[in-house]
Design a protein around this ligand. Structure first.
Ligand code: SAH
Length: 365
């Protein structure tokens, strides 16, 4: 049975023609009645997917500690703000604020801002963060953030933002879209829209027909906004997501429903749609906006570098054997190379070039 949203999208396409992949993602995520993010909370064991902050409190706590270190490196600006983009259930922020509350000077200086497009998840965040060290201010768009030194954090936010795909066909690169097949079902189709070849990685001339190349202008635009904010008002950003360090060819558009990957066109509104993040493109976007970028690291190296083993040991102290095994398992899931440790990458951006931001190696570029 096709989902109600599938029927709605099919009617739109029948009336006005194929829609871009980015528009398709946006409808599947934010349709007011059926969107995965707009209509429900898709995160956690009972939802579609689990993210690092939901795996273990250690993730958010270590990011909180990183924020304290970054704030100290910045010279302890006051006032300053902590801004999370796409905070999901609010778990990361809750754990980060608890860890940072050991540093009361930061607590006095900081206001918390959450950029969240889903009213459903905003409501969830309000509940989770009630009584937290700092009362958050919500935004639906980063554009309304006050002009102040800012620490930005974002985990699994950029992968959700709209994607564009191009496929090589008859020697030309043509944009992929979602249209209808002969039976009237949703199907990928190629439009006449092409791509500036300057955007393609080396080797595009030799790539065989059927090769796919992805860009995500919406991700680059938001990273440019973050970077411009940092360049103008000071601060640092920590962006964590799954993806690759060098641009490459390949189809990474994926759907996850109830913790299983599935066909992205099969059940609109009932699956989370994402794609791998191109970190080189993000770094370039940040530099374009006048900010400085540190060599990206894997999530495993980042978490180890800021004290995952020590935090796991502290948390395990005095616990029974079953709990100690569970904590070790969580650490392995976050940082192990076969789990999230290698696929996930961490990019740090700063407003100025001379900022030491451990565990990243400086200087930034
Ligand atoms: N960071 C969280 C949630 C990741 S899911 C975690 O790690 O668990 C993606 C989050 O980004 C959700 O909160 C979703 O509602 C939000 N989001 C997606 N697109 C957005 C947009 N354009 N603007 C603001 N928030 C958005």
């Amino acid at each position: 049975m096709a989902s109600p949203l599938a029927e709605k999208i099919k009617r739109t396409i029948a009336a006005t023609g194929p829609i871009g992949l980015g528009e398709f993602m946006q409808i599947c995520h934010f349709d007011p009645d059926h969107g995965v993010y707009a209509a429900r909370d898709p995160i956690g064991r009972t939802g579609h997917f689990i993210t690092a902050p939901e795996v273990s409190q250690m993730f958010g706590e270590l990011i909180g500690i990183w924020c304290v270190a970054a704030w100290q490196a910045l010279g302890e600006p006051s006032p300053c703000q902590l801004c999370e983009l796409g905070p999901g259930r609010g778990t990361l922020m809750k754990d980060a604020l608890r860890a940072a509350s050991n540093f009361p000077r930061l607590g006095d200086a900081v206001t918390v801002h959450l950029v969240e497009a889903s009213a459903t998840l905003q409501a969830r965040q309000k509940v989770v963060l009630t009584g937290a060290a700092a009362e958050p201010v919500w935004h639906v768009d980063i554009g309304t953030l006050p002009a102040r030194p800012t620490l930005f954090i974002a985990n699994e936010f950029l992968d959700v933002l709209p994607l564009r795909q191009y496929a090589k066909a008859g020697g030309r690169w043509r944009e992929r879209a979602v249209g209808l097949d002969e039976a009237g079902d949703l199907a990928f189709t190629l439009t006449a829209g092409g791509l500036d070849e300057a955007l393609l990685p080396a080797g595009h001339k030799e790539a065989p027909d059927g090769t796919i190349f992805e860009i995500a202008p919406a991700r680059e635009a938001i990273v440019e906004q973050i970077a411009a904010h940092l360049a103008a008002h000071g601060g640092a950003a920590l962006l964590i997501d799954y993806g690759h360090l060098e641009p490459d060819f390949g189809d990474t558009f994926q759907a996850v429903a109830e913790h299983q990957t599935c066909d992205p066109l099969a059940s609109p509104g009932e699956a989370d749609l994402t794609s791998h993040v191109d970190f080189a493109a993000l770094a370039e976007a940040a530099r374009r906006a006048g900010a400085h970028v540190y060599m990206p690291m894997t999530q495993g190296a980042f978490l180890s570098g800021i004290g995952l083993a020590q935090r796991a040991a502290t948390l395990s102290a005095g616990k029974d054997a079953a709990m100690q095994t569970a904590i070790a398992g969580q650490a392995e899931r976050l940082a192990g190379p076969e789990a999230m440790g290698e696929l996930f990458k961490v990019l740090a951006i700063a407003g100025r070039a001379d900022l030491a931001l451990p565990p990243f190696e400086g200087p930034s570029t």
